[in-house]
Design a protein around this ligand. Sequence first.
Ligand code: FDP
Length: 327
Amino acid sequence: MEQERLHPEATGELSNLLYDICLAAKIISRQVRRAGLTDILGGSGTLNVSGDLQQKLDMFANETVRNAVQHTGRVCITASEEDEAPLVCPREEQGKYVLLYDPLDGSTNIDVNVSIGTIFSIHRRVTGQQEGASDRDCLQPGYRQTAAGYILYGSSTMLVYTTGQGVHGFTLDPTIGEFLLSHPSIRTPAVGRYYSVNESNWNRWSPAVQRVVGAFKNGDGGAVQAKNARYIGSLVADFHRNLISGGIFLYPAATNYPQGKLRLLYEAAPLALVVEQAGGRATDGCRSILDIVPEDLHQKTPLVIGSRDDVAFAARVIGAEAAVPAK
Ligand code: FDP
């Protein structure tokens, strides 16, 4: 609301859309908090487009976000990591925003009571009312995002978001059911304390990625500061810790994931906007994540994200390897 007042031309629709997302987050949070008590743990028996087993809570979160925004007249199309195709709102209800989201990131952690999260990305539509909303609205590069953020269901439930005017964190007070501003204007340290990567993939990485991870572990003769390892395996949780305390998260290309594992539109681009607004960086090794023009809704990308100087080091080493023509 405060930021909205800085824009006299604002109609309040974006604030209301963020409010819709908060409502969905509260409903998901309630369900996550009671997960062991109700029959909502475990697989749903279906696979998503990427071939991942969908969990019951994934499906619940997916529908909750969709239902919270669909008939408000604020969005024209929504696309979820869990759905093959985007959902176009009925013509008469199409608003000016586009919502892309990962309803419950870190699904493999759901059943074992480890932090998980919801990630969202908001664009302005590029199609006209006449033409009607389409994939074109979803396939926009990250630098065009109007807002992005995530909800972390951790030791507390937190909303962290940016509309391009810094990054702000709100903690859900369950006694009053509201998100309260707890972390205004978050800045991430330029050099991090942590590196977060699934090191069991070591033999599947290129020599450059091995050198980067080795450097974060050992210091690489002073080229970077040696770090402590922390890997939860829930992107939102790993990202959030590094954002607050300083650190770098890597999910690079590997022989089993030649394009990386994480999705550009639902995971990498929104977190890239958040980290850049907090003073950090995000790259695929060669390009800034925010500059990548998506070609496919479920496109994957290698991701190196976090503290500015650490990401710059990784990009230098991985970028130099990519610049050498293959023999
Ligand atoms: P998950 O498979 O549990 O859904 O986006 C997928 C994701 O989790 C990220 O949250 C997480 O960072 C990554 O995959 C973990 O992958 P690995 O198990 O390969 O480390």
